[in-house]
Design a protein around this ligand. Structure first.
Ligand code: OTU
Length: 640
């Protein structure tokens, strides 16, 4: 490193500048000065991690020069709208923690048929106040199975059944004009087995075989395998699959058709930057970095969350800062909370899913106790300035119980037993459970398991409607509103899985669909039924109440600036089912109270003075004395 800092670094930087000069001199008019100043500002963030990763590789500086060419050309072709938006974002870096932020996520086909359909739904997004729209993977992918698009055959082609890349670019612009940021996945851990690189590897092209991890026999795979986790053990045991051609074992962490990219090869890094900046220049605002923990493998380790995986993200981030400064990253690390947090930083991922809070919201719902949620929030919620959580109730994936066993032990819970209980509870096997989830990926070796289900089905609405019991249905609706209301007030960007606002239930039809039947996650990815949406909007249905409630909460959240902020102060409510915390910023202080019980609960917040009276912004109730107060079943209070 020392050597790099002095001698070779100066030489490489000089070569970089010569390359930049040559490219920009040919393309007169493009803003070279700005580009150069950004390059200089972020050169260390770019070159240091790359030096750590690749300086031992043949022609390290050649790869750097190639990278600089990619960055220069991407910047030159970045259009004026995006450049203007870059400047806005840079001038207002706190935009991600504004309480105006409201996210939504959907599949293009399931929600609206195709990209044209999505554009038609913009009024619906605006009705919900969305400012952030994550469209699930929409790129060219293998048929019939593609892991819901997470096996990408081309990062530059839209799946023809959904539209074209031109349409996507236009949609990004239209969304931008409507105040909605476009979020897409950057599936950078693997490509599909039908990607051009994989095809070349199959045909025996050694250059492209080195884009992946390929082995002639089991000796190296067997050595690695000793320490590796299995992600989809019901689909395939182990982390490798045999492919003929090329007649080799291929590292496939997920499905056989998802080939892990070999980031030890610097050419892979450069090639992926090229794809990433292509997406940036289409007008994507956030890239969700899929499966970030897995991008580096090292013998003798679990091959997740390694330091080198972090180096890759820092270098990718520097590329964005230089060539597409408005582009932000969202981390998708559904792992132990100690690891989740390490990806969150202005020079890595500026936003991140909050899988711990997601899982613990459900945990508190099942146990009617908030102690583990509270324990975790207490020391795990705080993240750096310039970053934001994305808080969600559920995603397109299963729910895994990724809380810390140490946190659990601190509040007297055995983590292993508790996970077993939660799986039983949410798959509906636990006596008295309100939930109708489906088990996912049982691993007989370690008894690990996760669960699937829509928010409404997990929260009791499906059972409630089946037994046609009004009280049961009301509890379920209130649970959903409570969960979403907390994602809106805990701090960060709330993310709505579109359809949840309407109480969408599990869809079991995937079981007879040959493309989907092997993956239980499809149970919670229903097709949006727009006729039913009309019925719900007319009013009178139980789901109508939910829809109105969710809209009310979103509208209110936007007015409460403190709800965007990362800081939180936990309050002692003296009741096991009642969570209390305070959100504060320079202009506002709000107390949030959440009752995770189907019983009325009486809580006490003692640190209040006798003459402080509160107004609940949700119900409108005034003159509330929280030194001793009773809340309704599953009630949420936003107290001012
Ligand atoms: C992600 O999830 C996606 O969200 C999934 O839909 C994909 O199947 C998968 O990647 C492969 O592209 O294991 O059960 O810590 O938890 O990357 C879901 C990260 C997953 C993993 C996560 C993965």
């Amino acid at each position: 490193m020392e050597f790099f800092k002095w001698k070779s670094k100066i030489r490489i930087l000089r070569q970089c500048h010569e390359t930049i000069d040559a490219i920009f001199d040919e393309q007169k008019g493009s803003d070279k000065k700005l580009f150069c100043s950004r390059f200089d500002t972020f050169a260390d963030q770019l070159l240091h991690p790359l030096h750590d990763l690749y300086s031992d590789q043949f022609d390290f500086s050649g790869h750097i020069i190639e990278l600089v060419k990619v960055l220069s050309h991407s910047w030159i072709s970045r259009n004026s709208t995006l450049r203007k938006s870059d400047l806005n974002r840079l001038e207002n870096p706190d935009w991600i923690t504004s309480s105006d932020m409201m996210g939504g996520v959907c599949y293009v086909d399931l929600f609206a048929g195709d990209l044209a359909g999505i554009e038609e739904k913009i009024p619906y997004f605006k009705e919900l106040g969305l400012t952030y729209l994550h469209l699930m993977p929409l790129f060219k992918a293998p048929e019939p199975e593609s892991d819901g698009g997470y096996a990408v055959s081309s990062y530059r082609e839209v799946n023809p059944s959904l539209g074209t890349i031109k349409q996507l670019e236009k949609l990004a612009l239209t969304l931008r004009k409507n105040g909605i940021s476009l979020v897409l996945d950057f599936i950078n851990n693997h490509t599909s087995n039908e990607h051009e690189w994989a095809e070349k590897a199959k045909s025996g092209d050694v250059e492209f075989q080195e884009y992946y991890y390929m082995f002639d026999d089991r000796s190296i795979p067997d050595m690695f395998e000793k320490n590796l986790r299995e992600i989809f053990p019901e689909v395939r045991r182990g982390n490798y699959s045999w492919h003929e051609p090329p007649g080799k074992w291929v590292w496939t962490t997920f499905h056989n058709y998802q080939w892990d990219l070999n980031y030890r090869n610097p050419a892979v890094f450069v090639a992926m930057v090229r794809e990433m900046l292509f997406l940036a220049n289409i007008g994507v605002d956030f890239l969700r970095l899929d499966a970030v923990p897995f991008t580096w493998k090292k013998a003798g380790t679990v091959c997740e969350n390694l330091d080198e995986a972090h180096d890759i993200i820092r270098a990718l981030n520097a590329c964005a800062r230089i060539a597409a400064p408005g582009l932000l990253f969202k981390s998708e690390a559904i792992v132990h909370p100690d690891d989740v947090i390490k990806y969150i930083s202005p020079d890595k991922c500026q936003v991140s899913y909050n899988p711990t809070v997601m899982a613990l919201l459900w945990e508190a719902m099942a146990t009617r106790e908030v102690k583990l949620l509270r324990e975790s929030l207490q020391h795990r919620f705080r993240i750096p300035d310039g970053t934001s959580w994305v808080n969600y109730v559920r995603s397109h994936d299963d729910i895994g119980w990724t809380f810390s066993d140490d946190d659990a032990a601190n509040v007297g819970i055995n983590g292993f037993d508790h996970r077993h209980f939660l799986n039983q509870f949410y798959s509906g096997d636990f006596p008295g459970s309100f939930s109708k989830g489906v088990k996912f990926q049982y691993n007989p070796t370690n008894q690990d398991m996760r669960v699937c289900g829509t928010t409404a089905s997990l929260a009791g609405l499906e059972r409630g409607l089946e037994v046609d019991d009004e009280a049961y249905i009301t509890d379920a609706i209130n649970r959903i509103a409570l969960l979403y209301g907390l994602t809106m007030s805990i701090g960060g960007i709330p993310l709505l899985y579109l359809g949840d606002e309407l109480g969408c239930l599990n869809d079991y039809s995937f079981k007879v669909n040959p493309k989907k039947k092997s993956d239980n996650r499809w149970v919670h990815r229903p097709i949006m039924d727009w006729n039913q949406v009309e019925q719900i909007k007319k009013g009178g249905l139980p789901q109508s109440k939910l829809f109105e409630k969710i809209k009310q909460l979103i509208t209110l959240r936007k007015k409460i600036s403190a709800f965007g902020s990362n800081s939180i102060r936990l309050l002692n409510t003296h009741h096991p089912s009642v969570l209390g915390f305070e959100k504060m910023d320079t202009s506002q202080k709000i107390i949030v109270i959440a009752n995770f019980s189907e019983e009325e609960s009486t809580f006490r917040i003692q640190e209040q003075s006798a003459n402080t009276k509160y107004t609940d912004l949700i119900s409108g109730n005034k003159h509330l004395d929280i030194r001793y107060m009773t809340v309704e079943p599953y009630q949420l209070l936003w107290l001012e």
